[in-house]
Design a binder for this molecule. Structure first.
Ligand SMILES: CC(C)(COP(=O)(O)OP(=O)(O)OC[C@H]1O[C@@H](n2cnc3c(N)ncnc32)[C@H](O)[C@@H]1OP(=O)(O)O)[C@@H](O)C(=O)NCCC(=O)NCCS
Length: 187
């Protein structure tokens, strides 16, 4: 059985699809931008080979059924604007962690909210998960707002959990349960 059925996903403005070789320059533009990477778990990319590695990793994760990272393509002009990810997938406990990034030119236009609404629905309904988690830098106000708008609740705080370059940072941990989400966004 395909562990990640029903792809690609669509929303009014987006096609959420597997990454492929032609996406490498767009991916590099996203993940080399210092503002996009300000609170990321690794420094900004400096080498196009990182994009090729990401595409390879996403293919392998998709085939193994243990990691799903999809591209957010603006349907109107096919621009690859960002990605969203499901990782640390635990089938027994029916939970996973989510991650997301949007290229700097695309911020502030509601694209990530639109994508994540569908992403969360996909995780709960098509993949039958019960719980989603997110680990963010407490200073990342835009990301916290993005999660709160989807109904994620702040569940914990972990000190000095990350060291990126030589910067040490804390984690704010968020969680969303399927039944809470279903109450907030009824069918
Ligand atoms: C997180 C991210 C996807 C949000 O996308 P976006 O298009 O900028 O989102 P929005 O502009 O809709 O902002 C979301 C909310 O945060 C608010 N916000 C944005 N920047 C903010 C800031 N610097 N301080 C406080 N609030 C901010 C917005 O007003 C909006 O609130 P609203 O829904 O009440 O209007 C985007 O900023 C991004 O890709 N960042 C880099 C990658 C990243 O940090 N990913 C998360 C790692 S876990």
């Amino acid at each position: 059985m395909n562990p990640f059925p029903s792809l690609p996903l669509s929303t009014p403005r987006l096609t959420i699809r597997l990454l492929a070789e032609p996406d490498r320059t767009a991916l590099f533009a996203i993940f080399s931008h210092p503002e996009v990477m300000r609170y990321w778990s690794s420094p900004p990319w400096t080498d196009l080979a990182r994009a090729e590695k990401m595409i390879r990793n996403t293919r392998e994760g998709y085939e193994a059924g243990d990691y799903l990272q999809l591209g957010l393509e603006r349907t109107a002009d096919h621009a690859l604007m960002g990605t969203c990810t499901l990782f640390e997938i635990n089938r027994q406990c029916r939970r996973a962690e989510i991650g997301y990034a949007l290229g700097r030119p695309y911020w502030g236009q509601g694209y990530m909210h639109e994508a994540l609404q569908r992403w969360v629905q996909y995780a709960f309904e098509e993949l039958n998960l019960n719980r989603l988690e997110a680990d963010i830098d407490p200073r990342n106000a835009a990301s916290a707002k993005t999660l709160q708008r989807l109904g994620f609740q702040k569940e914990g705080y972990m000190r000095e959990r990350w060291i990126v370059g030589d910067e040490v940072s804390d984690t704010e941990f968020y969680g969303l349960l399927r039944h809470d989400w279903r109450q907030q966004f009824p069918k």
